[in-house]
Design a protein. Sequence first.
Length: 154
Amino acid sequence: MKLKSLLVAGSLCLAGEASAQILPLPDKPRIGLRVSAGQWNRTMVGAGLDVTVKIPFVPIPALRFDAGLWGNPSDFGGGKRGNSISVMGIKNFPLIYAGLGPTFYFTSDDGDHNSGLGAKLLVGADIPGNYYIEGSIIVGPRPAAIFVSLGFKF
């Protein structure tokens, strides 16, 4: 009887009258590279890398792993610099997306080193041609680091 039920169920699936339930697979990760300009103690320039993945069964639409660094243009990598690593939940809206999550940061203000946990908030929009523009703030370092970024996703 079990074999007959299995054969009937299998033939229904092949006939298109019933469909098998398949667990959703994560989408291909989106990798982004960006350049930034903003404010932290002084005018700063920066760069970053982000990887955004959609994970099934997680209550947020996507997770973004984000790393960035910034420095003063006159002595990039010298006395005034910082970096951060963040994990954010990303929510898509009709024209924009927004993200929020914890971040670990390190800053150096002419030898005065600080590090700790903070938060990163960003709002961005996709631009045709796989480009994106974002505004972000990292709360934790004093003063907060505020940046506008232009990036490319592939």
